[in-house]
Design a protein around this ligand. Structure first.
Ligand code: NAD
Length: 346
């Protein structure tokens, strides 16, 4: 098996919580280089994963250029994804990029075109795509068990806006995040609903900022929160179905509750990703709980799918820039709709 050397940029929450633990478990994979502008985060992560000082970078361009890096893993705040991914394309290195791919359609479209033209493989971290219940749901839909889909109901509920002492981190600053919860949480579900119910053609959205002020990161001064923390929207699908989305980080009591229900003229399904090994399907007029069969767990480790892609064994359901771009179009339409208070077409 050909060894693969990964360089990761952004040694924060998602890198240390998901990417690095998963990558370090893969046979034939070495984390050879790390990059962060925060020296403590860089040092702490490098010590944990045994990355030597000569391959600890503060400049992402130096990491991408490093000859001991075969592929790049981008885990930084949203506004940095596209410039970093473009640099990887220029260096002809495949990459994985966190969601949302960028902060507007234009930059994601440019990245998609550049990566496609150069033939550089890319994975977008729509993490919930890899979940067994979602793969099983997809099979159920493909088998025609729902018939013609008419309604999709989606909820993503968290209480993280109320974390005691949470400050004005990048997620609350427009320049760094652009989107509020639609880009942070909702984009996962946009991707899932597209995966199961088809493309979205127009949206009607409302955004609210429930916690309007936070202390700055580096002082006790209060500053305005610039992004929303609650986003409700309707989505119309190309097949005519309507989706109702409720996305918030202000649902007190919910750590991370993701649920989806899809109704057709022949059947219905629902799942709750706190139980991602279960799927509820309509049987004899009532929802029946099913354990997801073992085979649907085959692609459930996100970063293993990145390695498979690098080895030329990409699963067809692993999301790439095309899926990233189609979600980005919906995100921008959500912003337009909320701002102008109209339905916005994709
Ligand atoms: N797929 C998922 O379920 C999921 C979950 C959480 C976060 N994310 C995404 O992951 C990304 C990072 O989120 P996070 O929660 O880890 O944020 P974070 O703030 O915890 O970590 C970001 C890291 O990037 C570093 N950084 C900032 N600018 C940099 C630069 N110019 N060069 C190098 N490093 C730089 C920061 O110092 C920090 O260590 C976001 O895009 C977020 O949307 C995805």
């Amino acid at each position: 098996m050909k060894p693969i050397r990964i360089g990761l940029i952004g040694c924060g929450g998602i890198a240390n919580g998901v990417h690095l633990p998963q990558l370090s478990e893969e046979d034939g994979v070495t984390i050879t280089a790390l990059c962060d502008i925060n020296p403590e985060a860089l040092k702490r992560t490098a010590e944990k994963y045994g990355v030597p000082s000569e391959r600890q970078f503060s400049d992402y361009k130096a990491l991408i250029a490093c000859e001991d890096v075969d592929a790049v893993d981008i885990c930084t705040p949203n506004y940095l994804h596209c410039p970093m991914a473009m640099e990887a394309v220029s260096a002809r290195k495949p990459f994985s990029v966190e969601k949302p791919v960028g902060i507007n359609v234009e930059e994601v479209e440019a990245l998609y075109k550049a990566a496609s033209a150069a033939g550089i493989p890319a994975m977008v971290c729509f993490s919930y795509r890899f979940m067994p219940a979602v793969r099983y749901a997809r099979k159920y839909v493909e088998d025609g068990k729902l018939g013609k889909i008419n309604s999709v109901y989606v909820q993503y509920l968290k209480d993280s806006a109320f974390i005691e002492g949470r400050r004005l981190d990048w997620r609350f600053v427009k320049e760094y995040a652009r989107y509020g919860v639609s880009g942070d949480l909702g984009v996962h579900l946009l991707d899932l609903s597209t995966f199961l119910a088809g493309p979205v053609t127009r949206v009607c959205a409302d955004l609210q900022t429930v916690v309007p002020w936070r202390k700055r990161l580096d002082s006790e001064e209060l500053a305005p929160v610039e992004t929303d923390d609650t986003c409700n929207f309707l989505a119309e699908y190309s097949g005519g179905a309507i989706g109702t989305f409720g996305i918030t980080r202000c649902a007190i009591g919910h750590k991370n509750t993701i649920s989806m229900e899809i109704y057709g003229d022949k059947g219905a399904l629902r799942f709750n990703l706190n139980h991602n090994d279960r799927l509820w399907m309509l049987e004899d007029g009532a929802f029946a709980e099913h354990a997801v069969p073992e085979e649907y767990f085959a692609h459930s480790v996100q970063m293993r799918e990145f390695i498979r892609m690098l080895r030329g064994e990409k699963d067809p359901f692993t999301p790439g820039l095309e899926e990233g771009l189609s979600c980005q179009r919906v995100l921008d339409a959500i912003m337009e709709s909320a701002e102008k208070r109209v339905w916005a077409n994709i």
